[in-house]
Design a protein around this ligand. Structure first.
Ligand code: SAM
Ligand code: 2KA
Ligand code: SF4
Ligand code: MG
Length: 242
């Protein structure tokens, strides 16, 4: 038994990873509760805002693991750690527990809270936030995240792009870390009210921004970047738990 408790908003899957370099890969999500950011367009407010706190459960590693094993039918796969900011939770023991059973771990974070256990991950997705989010990037913290990872996990940058200013941010942030692969993801303007499970998505808007972003990247000649939609949003809209 470990003493660790982790604040969990939801555990779901298996589903496909809908975003970034692992797009399409089967995975179970462990979404932690709580975030040090408040992005204007956050699509996961049910795991961010403190008014949903009572829905977040403090769970032991064993309890989380029982759910992951049930969902994956005991077959090792990639576990996606998201949130909220999963970096504010003590996830080291969970990662060790899963690795011992043949599972792998990818973490999604904005890069504001470095942790030494980042080095134990298989994939680290850093998604620093562009101007449209209303957040400020602490570049030192982002660099500290990379130092903690110590070159061990596959590390990638994922930028959300709504407009020209976001694109310029992605371009200059990527230039700071020339060794890291980049994915660009058009923003989804219609995060659902967290109370509403099935809010209608602005599919035309998402497709228009995807086209705009592809054109932009081609015109700019940024041929090392990958442009990807949120596949799960195209398939299932803003539904939770998919
Ligand atoms: C909900 S966040 C949780 C992990 C971490 N807090 C972060 O932001 O990286 C998971 C991913 O969704 C992205 N995301 C959040 N809201 C979005 C939106 N409205 N449109 C597109 N991507 C969004 C984030 O940038 C991040 O890459
Ligand atoms: N299928 C699926 N893919 C995802 N990629 C990132 C997600 C997230 O909310 O962190 C997410 C999610 O919630 N579902
Ligand atoms: S950092 Fe991630 S979880 Fe936190 S508010 Fe921004 S998008 Fe949402
Ligand atoms: Mg999401």
């Amino acid at each position: 038994m470990t003493e660790t408790t982790i604040r969990v908003s939801e555990i779901f899957g298996p589903t496909i990873q809908g975003e970034g370099v692992l797009i399409g890969q089967p995975t179970v999500f462990v979404r932690t509760g709580g975030c040090d950011y408040r992005c204007s367009w956050c699509d996961s407010l049910h795991a961010v805002e403190s008014r949903f706190r009572e829905d977040w459960q403090p769970l032991s590693v064993e309890a989380i693991w029982a759910e992951v094993e049930t969902l994956s039918n005991g077959k090792p796969l990639m576990v996606s750690l998201s949130g909220g900011n999963p970096a504010i939770q003590p996830l080291g023991p969970l990662i060790a527990h899963g690795h011992a059973r043949g599972y792998r771990f990818a973490l999604e974070t904005q890069g504001s809270v470095p942790k030494d256990w980042f080095a134990d991950l298989d994939v680290l997705v850093l998604s620093p936030k562009p101007p449209s989010s209303g957040m400020e990037t602490d570049w030192q913290k982002l660099e500290d995240c990379l130092s903690m990872a110590d070159g061990k996990p596959q590390t990638v940058l994922k930028f959300i792009v709504f407009d020209d200013a976001d694109y310029a941010y992605a371009k200059s942030a990527a230039a700071r870390f020339p060794a890291l692969p980049v994915t660009l993801q058009p923003g989804n303007h219609t995060p659902p009210p967290p109370e509403e499970e099935d809010a209608v998505i602005d599919l035309d808007g998402i497709m228009a921004r995807m086209h705009w972003l592809v054109d932009k990247v081609m015109e700019d000649g940024w041929f090392t970047a990958r442009v990807l939609p949120q596949l799960h949003v195209l398939l299932w809209g803003n539904r939770r738990g998919v």
